[in-house]
Design a protein around this ligand. Sequence first.
Ligand SMILES: [Zn+2]
Length: 309
Amino acid sequence: MRSRFRRPAALAALCLAVCLCLAGCSLSSGAGLPYASASSSPSSAASSPAPVPAAEGALTLHFFDVGQGDATLVTTPAGENILIDGGPRASGQALCGYLDALGIRRLDRVIATHPHEDHIGGLVAVIPRYEIGEVVMPYYPATTKVYRDLLTAIDQKGLSITPAAQGMALGLDSQSAWQVLWPPEDAESAAGDNPNNASVVLRITFGQDAVLLTGDAEKEVEAQLPGELASGLLKVGHHGSSTSTSAAFLKKVAPGFAVIMVGQDNSYNHPNAKVVQRLTQAGAQVLRTDEAGTITLQSQGQGWQRIED
Ligand SMILES: [Zn+2]
């Protein structure tokens, strides 16, 4: 399957040169500058405290403030670190800063939910910088420069890509279970011309808790997600856009916490006011990265807790 993602070697070499010039953080520049945010960026990173470290034995999620985009670090009860999306390219350096501040040297898995820039841009900086166990992506090729740059970074690292497919179990430890709910193996057919609907949707369970991470999946996908969806924590789809978070879906998920990853004063007017209202009326506590900066939630298997300094 890896070969489906590969590009001609000559192009890879050409892109490497570009990549080395454009990478948002290098091995030497990121250290010591954890919050030197790039322009578009983190809403409040300049004044944010260092991210709260994951507690031993807990399932911890850091929803990083990367401005308009998604970047979520999941730390398993056994201590593995999985990065889901990397935010926009302009926030790559800030993202590396967050990871450095948490003492991360290895990412056991990197999952790119879909090929939009606000999800994969920052990964172009992350991939060369850290030891990476595995890269998981839907098979939904794009023609954009940022996508080519990501493939180049992955190639240069000698990594293969595991295509995400519905039904896969992505768990690394024996305590938390990771289920890929979307997309089907043929993500292109399933998503049509809308890359959002190729988004990897993941449900992670630990003890009696669950978290549902939906990328930018829209209502059509929400309606097709299989199995149990009830989750105390929801990463709200598509930055709180009206294209996602249908009432029917929300009824099935019934989250206690709903995290919206969104940039301040973004040009998309995300999140949609009706979506926020729908979440609140469904009983969820809505947390937004544009208001709160990086948000940390943690489970010991008996209920989600927001962790603050
Ligand atoms: Zn997005």
